[in-house]
Structures are given as structure tokens and as C-alpha cells.
Design a protein around this ligand. Structure first.
Ligand code: GTP
Ligand code: ZN
Length: 356
């Protein structure tokens, strides 16, 4: 039996989608439902809606996540069990509805936050203003199936407010909201009310200096984020802080803010490629492996349905944008990997030829 207080967990984002996943299995008596609010090298921080708890991922969970090419991220819903010495062990991760990922040095995509309702794409109406970059940030959110809202900060400093806002509206799909705000003003909370209802989870993405911390402080009514060049850790605003990575707004929404999100770069011309091959990205959800590259993996839904030359073109474009973003060393390693792979498949073909 799993013990959980729905109302309490709903205050940090629990919805029925996750609860339904609990009835597919039975669990030991001391199993409880938590949200991951911090991921450190050695441990996790979990939250039950009231308190936070240290925990460790069980080795069997780590293995099964690795098999699916994934890791635990802030925002995940997990089940954890108290065992010997009252240690809390995370034994299962509920399937996330979405996640924001970044590519690590090995080119492997790594989740930096899960289960996000809204991405505020933050761009300053000062020197930060760049429509192409904005489009790429939008592509990151759309590709991750997260609802984006464009938030133009520093409206108080803008010299051409109306024309800058108009230019943005022209560039983004009509159903996406565009707001111009002063992140330092408390009235900003009113403008964002529709996305701050209880249980909503938000992330803020944008370049350095765009005003993410300033806006987070305003929305959480605290000084807990470092803004500008001031770096201090005085623990103020603890009443709204759930952890270093998940912050609660007074109205009941949560903001996830991790170093991974903060340094997310729209190097995602890759995401733009994905967005222009929507047939492939949407079919990819049916591939057996979450991280399927649609090359040789078994159970690939994309290879089955997409004409080979369209798929080849997609791979070619992806390789190009990746190559543009690689350092010389990374490129050399990548070439070595491709060579090894084609050697291996030639060897398989030869071996089969001999047997059959
Ligand atoms: N006038 C004005 N200044 C703002 C506004 N938003 C942010 N700033 C200022 O812009 C600077 C950068 O803002 P931050 O909130 O630190 O930017 P950030 O996006 O968190 O930057 P990183 O922490 O580097 O990712 C700070 O000096 C803020 O005070 C705004 O709406 N109006
Ligand atoms: Zn596939």
C-alpha cells in the first residue's frame, strides 16, 4: 500500500496522471510518494508536500533507468521505501509527462528537469533582444512538449517597446502568449497569474542576464536567487523555499531552477531541426527506446514509417548542426565512433553471409 496525501502533494504539482500509475503494481507497506526537489552526486532530496527528506536511488533503479538512457531529474515523481536504519531508498520513478534535456559532453541527452507545465522564455528588451535566439528557445520548449510563454523583461528600460513587442508577436505562433514586464515590479505577478495556479510547475529559460533570477524572486516573493553580480547565500525567504532547485510561489505554483536549466543554451538548432521534422519527432515517442536514434535500434517506429530518403536527410541535418557545435576533439571522437559502428555492421553482414 502506498500512503500519500493527495492535497498535500498536489501543492507541489501532483496530478491524477501520476496517481494512476500507482495502481499497476503492489508495494511494500512503508512505500511513499515524493517529488524530487534536488539531485546531487551522492543523494537526492525528496519532498512530501510538507518536509524534505534525504534519499538515495536504489542500485536496481539506477540500472533500469540507465537501460532506458535516462536519469532522475528535479521534478520527477518517485516512490521511496524506508529500510534498515531508516534510510530512504528510491525504488521507482513514475513515467514523466515531459522533460527538459541537455546534451552532455558525450552527446547523450540528459534530463535536467521533469514534469513541467510552463516554460517562461525570458528575453530582455535590452541588448539581450534577439529574435533568432528566442525562436530556438521556443523550439526547445515545444520539442519537449512544454507550453511556452514569451516573457520580455526590462520593459521599463525599452526605448521602442511597442515595435519590439510587435516584432516578437510576428515571429511566434499566434497561440503563444507574449508579455512585456518589469521583472522588478510586484505587479508582474498579476500578469503571470494564469500560469501560477496551484500545482503548476514552471521553468524559466533564457540567456544569462535576461532577468530569470529577478523574475523568480518577484514570483516567489523572496530574495533567494542570486541576481546580477551579487552572490550571497543567506537563506532568506526560507518560507517559500522547498530546496535549492524547486521554489514555491505564494499562490501555489512551483518554479524549478537548476544549474542545468540555467545554462541551457539554444545551441538547439538541433531542436529547430526536430521542429521542422515534426513527423519524426512525434513518431519517435512510439520507439521502444526513449533515446532511439532511429538507426539500428530494434522497435523503431520512425524507420518503419518514414521514407528512407527523408530520414537520411534528417540525420544529415542533425549531424551538421551537431558538428557545428562540437569542439575539434569531440568531432574526432564522434568520427571514431561512426567508423567503429560501420566496421561492426560490416562484420555482422559478413558473419551472416557465411552462416546463411
Ligand atoms: N530595469 C530592469 N532591470 C532588470 C529587469 N529584470 C532584470 N533586471 C536586471 O538585470 C540584471 C540581470 O538580471 P538577472 O535576474 O540576474 O538575470 P539572469 O537571467 O538570472 O542571469 P543569470 O543568473 O546569469 O542566468 C540584474 O541587474 C537585474 O536587476 C527588469 O525587468 N527591469
Ligand atoms: Zn526510433
Amino acid at each position: 500500500m502506498i500512503h500519500f496525501d493527495f492535497a498535500r502533494l498536489a501543492s507541489i504539482g501532483l496530478t491524477q496522471t501520476f496517481v494512476q500509475q500507482l495502481y499497476t503494481q503492489t508495494y511494500p507497506d512503508n512505500t511513499q510518494l515524493y517529488r524530487v526537489v534536488d539531485v546531487q552526486r551522492e543523494h537526492l532530496m525528496l519532498h512530501d508536500g510538507c518536509d524534505s527528506h534525504f534519499a538515495r536511488p536504489h542500485p536496481s533503479l539506477i540500472r533500469s533507468l540507465l537501460d532506458e538512457f535516462t536519469v532522475l531529474a528535479v521534478g520527477d515523481w518517485v516512490l521511496a521505501e524506508r529500510r534498515d536504519h531508516q534510510e530512504l531508498w528510491v525504488t521507482r520513478r513514475l513515467d514523466p509527462i515531459n522533460h527538459l534535456s541537455r546534451r552532455n559532453a558525450d552527446g547523450i541527452s540528459q534530463a535536467v528537469a521533469s514534469n513541467i507545465d510552463t516554460a517562461l522564455i525570458v528575453m530582455g528588451l535590452d541588448l539581450d533582444y534577439n529574435l533568432r535566439r528566442l525562436e530556438r528557445f521556443l523550439a526547445i520548449a515545444i520539442t519537449a512538449r512544454i507550453n511556452p510563454v514569451v516573457v520580455l523583461t526590462k520593459a521599463d528600460l525599452a526605448t521602442n517597446l511597442a515595435s519590439q513587442v510587435e516584432a516578437v508577436r510576428q515571429r511566434v505562433p499566434p497561440h503563444i502568449e507574449v508579455l512585456a514586464i518589469n521583472g522588478l515590479s510586484t505587479t508582474t505577478r498579476q500578469q503571470l497569474v494564469p500560469w501560477l495556479t496551484p500545482g503548476q510547475t514552471l521553468v524559466l529559460i533564457g540567456s544569462s542576464g535576461a532577468g530569470k533570477s529577478t523574475l523568480t524572486n518577484t514570483l516567489t516573493e523572496s530574495n533567494q536567487q542570486n541576481t546580477g553580480s551579487v552572490r550571497e547565500d543567506d537563506g532568506r525567504g526560507r518560507h517559500t523555499t522547498t530546496s535549492r532547485s524547486l521554489h514555491r510561489c505564494p499562490g501555489g505554483a512551483c518554479i524549478i531552477d537548476t544549474p542545468g536549466i540555467r545554462t541551457l543554451r539554444p545551441d538547439a538548432d538541433e531542436a529547430t531541426v526536430g521542429a521542422s521534422f515534426e513527423d519524426i519527432t512525434s513518431l519517435a515517442e512510439q520507439c521502444r527506446f526513449k533515446d532511439c536514434k532511429h538507426l539500428e535500434e530494434p522497435g523503431c517506429a520512425v524507420r518503419d514509417a518514414i521514407p528512407p530518403d527523408r530520414l537520411r536527410n534528417y540525420h544529415k541535418l542533425l549531424r551538421e548542426v551537431r558538428r557545428d557545435q562540437m569542439t575539434a576533439l569531440e568531432y574526432k571522437e564522434q568520427v571514431a565512433k561512426w567508423k567503429a559502428r560501420s566496421r561492426a555492421s560490416r562484420a555482422t553482414i559478413r558473419a551472416k553471409g557465411r552462416i546463411v
